[in-house]
Design a protein around this ligand. Structure first.
Ligand code: ZN
Ligand code: ZN
Length: 352
């Protein structure tokens, strides 16, 4: 079978390899890959800035945003041939820490977790892959075209869960949410906000292309003005920050409504310094009981929440997020930015 592999730490090492077909071990599903999504983490791995090969190996099979169809499943696993499935990205650390021991590996304390396609475990960018039945999640059979959006949806399902749990420390009826960044994470965060009945606003820089249209189609409001202007006018109860840009992060913190929750999901990559009025931030946060929370990855509960969110969503709208589908043999194209990209996926099943 063909697999997209990389030597972590070595620039220019991304390559299509011919590997032996995987053999499912006890308790594992054998899955035919349909597609993998490409995100910033994949690009960082390809650019040799991140990623670890499995111990004793040079190459890592890339791909953590999976979608496949079960070929074989063990009896009693709850899966059968033909099921649409996604593989979970993270596995608990071997110690395990207290969080991992309780299934909360997304909150691992010792950093010794592993991740498919990222950290010491092969990913899902191959024509066939295996996954433990306990770390596979079934999708609604109608999601074959868009189920590759599942993994980024788990990330925002967790982010929203964190927001509601934090809000739950006192009376909480949030009305208005601002999402900063209209990439796949921002769009899916907006989708879940709308599903939860909030008035949702999305801020991004672009004024053309698919993003404004996709936001409006959701029943949300698109903004492209300065973040201070937009946020100070809106006074959102919730901000889901999906850019990692320091200026947006601190503008969001300064402009929430009282009891505001700002959830940070974007990882800053630049070393650019932002001037911050630290005393003003402190004053605002204390006097309004505000919370800023970071959120990364997702556990099995969030995968189930995401599967429900996708099953409820409009399929055409989800399909509109996938702005390019690149066949496996043209993998290089998937790592070149396109002008109107939202989500780019690599197809693994010979289709396009
Ligand atoms: Zn990703
Ligand atoms: Zn752990």
């Amino acid at each position: 079978m063909r697999a997209l592999t990389v030597v972590p730490g070595t620039p220019g090492s991304l390559d299509l390899a011919e590997l032996a077909d995987p053999e499912p071990r006890s308790g594992e599903l054998l899955v035919e890959g349909l597609a993998v999504g490409v995100c910033g983490t994949d690009k960082e791995i390809v650019q040799a800035e991140y990623g670890w090969a499995p111990p004793g190996r040079e190459r890592l099979v890339l791909g953590h945003e999976s979608l496949g169809r079960v070929r074989t499943a063990p009896d009693g696993s709850g899966f059968s041939a033909g099921d649409l499935v996604v593989g979970v990205v993270r596995r608990p650390d071997p110690v395990p820490c207290g969080a991992c021991a309780r299934g909360e590996f997304d909150n691992c304390r010792n950093g010794r977790y592993t991740e498919r396609g990222i950290k010491e475990l092969d990913g899902y960018a191959s024509e066939l892959w295996c996954v433990e039945a306990d770390y596979a999640v079934a999708l609604d059979p109608g999601l074959a075209e868009v189920g590759v959006l599942m993994e980024p949806t788990t990330v925002v399902a967790k982010a929203w869960e964190q927001v509601w749990r934090i809000g739950g420390r006192a009376w909480y009826e949030p009305k208005r949410a601002l999402v900063t960044g209209a990439g796949p994470i921002g769009m899916l965060a907006a989708m879940i906000g709308v599903q939860q009945g909030l008035e949702v606003h999305v801020l991004d820089r672009v004024t053309s292309g698919p993003k404004p249209r996709l936001v409006e189609a959701l029943g949300a409001t698109y903004h492209h003005d300065d973040v201070d202007d937009v946020a100070s006018k809106l006074q959102p109860d919730v901000v889901i920050e999906a850019t990692g840009a320091g200026s947006l992060v601190f503008s969001a913190i300064r402009n929430t409504a009282p009891f505001g929750v700002v959830c940070l999901t974007g990882v800053s990559s630049s070393v650019r310094k932002t001037q911050v009025d630290t005393e003003g931030v402190n004053r605002e946060m204390v006097l309004e009981n505000d919370v800023v929370v970071g959120s990364v990855n997702a556990n099995l509960r969030h995968y189930r929440q995401a599967a429900d969110a996708l099953a409820q969503a409009d399929r055409d709208w989800l399909a509109g997020l996938i702005t390019r589908r690149v066949p496996l043999e043209s993998f290089e194209d998937a790592f070149e930015p396109g002008p109107d990209d939202v989500k780019v996926v690599i197809t693994l099943d010979g289709g396009d």
